[in-house]
Design a protein around this ligand. Structure first.
Ligand code: EPU
Length: 420
């Protein structure tokens, strides 16, 4: 059934909210359970579409999965005999390609189709394949299918040409069970890389250096079961911080890790937003107007590309002109064309946008083109005058757990309705 989201903007968000577990951690940790030789239990998983898709995928491989949303997921990988996943399952989420690394580590043979996920420009996987080859696997891409196979997975040195989150995770997964030591140079440093390393280590893997640009993995023959809680979602936290600022609200976000948010916090402070934090909470308040700021997306700990979209929505009403440079993905500014329908003054040239702040956005029908574009439209809708109709809101469900419920608990006027 098709749906649309309706937001009547203008209510300042006020109150307290708890952030869910991290999407981009969850989608790496769940496939990693296949590396274990015993059952594993994962806690603090967000109940989002990507997680539900992975449950189906693990079951299709033969794993026994018990999933109680909001509580835990237990995966017993022992009966899993499958080595590949279907085209339809591969298309359900970007992270379906982590099954390649996990299956390669588990049994030396993995097959997936080119993944789906958000269309934010070309998303090559050459570095993943290069990493698998360095571990002695033969890789082939044919008929839309990617195959990685080896009789003997061996540790090796992997030099990434670009810093890639997905490539780093995929090689870590395979290397955890390779013979010998793998060293990943120019590795990604995002918090979810560290979280995956912690999960692998909790199963008895030997991963060192995660969070730096050199990661060493000493492969293990046997990994035991573990119970592990994933870290809070950095991007959900950031989206809520931005929404609080956008509505001139006062919100305390609980259960987050403030040190993961430093790039965003610095920019919000530069705009004149008040941000204070404690061990696991962040308070965001805005009293007056916002100043324009420039944003350039970078790998962690730089400003995250996943927050560029909601942040640039906020900038459409900041005083002055902001320059947004998207350096990670080719097409991650499409949301600004939509927000222009709501009265934003935006010029886009390639991967750069110049935003001249306007005093007010006005509700209009707009369409999500990807997950974080959807989050950006929600931010725009919350600050607009009148009603914003957001079409294709299912993109948002890929990565945000109960977004309407959380925003309503803070005072937003947001709901969903079925459409023909
Ligand atoms: N790249 C290559 N070759 C490769 C892999 C990547 O050239 O083999 C390039 C990409 O084209 C891009 C850059 O390297 O220009 C970075 O891509 P990366 O591999 O780091 O991104 P990803 O693994 O595809 C993950 C997240 C994204 C997030 C990016 C950047 C998951 C499932 N996805 O994607 O999350 O934007 O890292 O932090 O973890 C989202 O949550 O909305 C989302 C898109």
């Amino acid at each position: 059934m098709k749906e649309r989201m309706l937001i009547t903007g203008g209510n300042p968000l006020e109150g307290e909210v708890r952030v869910s577990g991290g999407k981009n951690t969850a989608v790496a940790v769940i496939p990693a359970t296949l590396l274990s030789d015993e059952p594993c239990t994962i806690e603090n998983l967000p109940d989002i579409e990507d997680v539900r898709a992975l449950v189906d995928i693990l079951r299709s491989l033969g794993a026994r999965v018990t999933y109680v949303p909001g509580e835990f997921m237990t995966v017993d990988p022992r009966p899993a005999a499958g080595t590949g996943i279907s085209y339809r399952d591969s298309q359900r989420l970007r992270a379906s390609y982590y099954l390649l690394g996990a299956l390669l580590g588990r049994c030396g043979h993995g097959e997936v189709f080119f993944p789906g996920g958000c269309e934010i420009g070309s998303r090559p996987i050459d570095q993943h394949l290069k990493g698998f080859a360095a571990l002695g696997a033969e890789t082939e891409t044919q008929g839309g299918r990617i195959t990685a196979r080896t009789d003997s997975l061996q540790g090796g040195d992997v030099f990434f040409d670009v810093v890639t989150v997905g490539g780093t995770i995929n090689v870590m997964l395979a290397a955890a069970k390779a013979h010998g030591t793998t060293i990943i140079y120019n590795a990604a440093k995002e918090p979810h890389i560290v979280d995956l390393a912690n999960f692998l280590n909790s199963m008895g893997a030997k991963v060192k250096g995660a969070g730096t640009d050199v990661i060493r993995i000493r492969g293990q023959q046997y990994l035991h079961g573990a119970t592990y809680a994933v870290i809070p979602d950095q991007i959900e936290t950031g989206t809520l911080m931005i929404a609080a600022a956008a509505t001139r609200g006062d919100v305390v976000i609980h259960g987050c890790i403030p040190t993961h948010m430093e790039a965003l916090t610095a920019k919000l402070l530069e705009m004149g937003v008040k941000v204070t934090d404690s061990d696991d909470a962040i308070r965001v308040r805005t009293l007056g107007g916002h100043r324009a700021v420039n944003i350039k997306t970078q790998v962690y700990p730089g400003f995250p590309t996943d927050l560029q979209q909601p942040m640039s929505a906020l900038l459409t009403t900041a005083r002055g002109s902001s320059i947004v440079q998207e350096t990670i993905f080719e097409q991650r500014l499409k949301h600004l064309d939509e927000i222009a329908r709501m009265g934003a003054n935006v010029r886009i040239a390639g991967r750069m946008a110049i935003i001249e702040g306007v005093p007010q956005l006005y509700g209009a029908p707009v369409t999500c083109t990807d997950l974080r574009a959807g989050a950006a439209l929600v931010v725009a809708g919350l600050m607009a005058k009148g009603v914003t109709e957001i079409y294709n809101p299912e993109y948002i469900d890929r990565g945000y757990e109960q977004i309407e419920l959380k925003l309503r608990s803070l005072g937003a006027d947001i709901r969903r309705e079925a459409i023909e």
